[in-house]
Design a protein around this ligand. Sequence first.
Ligand code: 2YG
Length: 277
Amino acid sequence: MTRLKERDICNISSRLEAYDRELLSKTGHTLFGIACHACGREEISLAPRVTSFTIDVIPITSGQGIISNFSETIAAILTFLGFTARVAGKTDTSGIANAYENGADAIMMADDERFVGIHLARRRVVDNSEATGRVFAAVLDLMSRGIKDRNVLVMGCGPVGESAARTLLAYQARVALYDIRPSAAQSLKNRLSAHGSGKKITIEENSIPGPSKYGYVLEATPSSNTLPDQWISPDMVVAAPGVPLGISKTGCRLLKDRLVHDKLELGVAAMAVSLVP
Ligand code: 2YG
């Protein structure tokens, strides 16, 4: 799992309005709308309930410690979406205890292993990797005006790629799995096939299967330059939750508005919407 750096997130809070407009033009939906789509929630009916839903973001000092602006950025994304969110005044145990004592509906916090949201009364845990894979698959579904029966290449078979593949199969897409470790792709196929979608899953052996083969790519690797420029075809659509971005600056220019990538916004939005009962 990639650990974010302060420079990865320092511009997020100030660019939320612009990013929302960018998502609207690329997908036809706002940040909140995409998160609702990913969670199977009705945007119109959910929106009024969000303002009274309180979320405390708790800085966690364990392991490699605090990432400056991490908690503040999460609170800014939640507030932008309409939630009542704040960064807890205390870190760690004290912050968690205070959230319960102050009657917060939910908390969000991350150590070096996991980034989670927890609904305090319902004991519901939502994991950032799961939510991120799910919401970027939802982005492909929206950008393709329906990913059903399309061929999608999922690059990276870790927790984010797994969640994305699972979601794409639920959307009835055909999924090809690629990972730098072929055994990771195979074991993911085995896990996903257990639910009967085996015939919709193939393994992509080589990392550059050629432009014509896949019109849709979900790039979920923790590496850069996984999608070579010469592979990008004129109508390719890419949703890229992987950090760092696996596409070069040239590749981004080639893809133009057919690429969605961010390092926190969509995953946090999907986590928050998942927590609202
Ligand atoms: O509270 C803090 O400031 C730190 N304990 C946060 C540490 C977060 C470590 N994890 C990551 O940087 C990423 N896995 C977060 C999610 C990236 C987007 N999917």
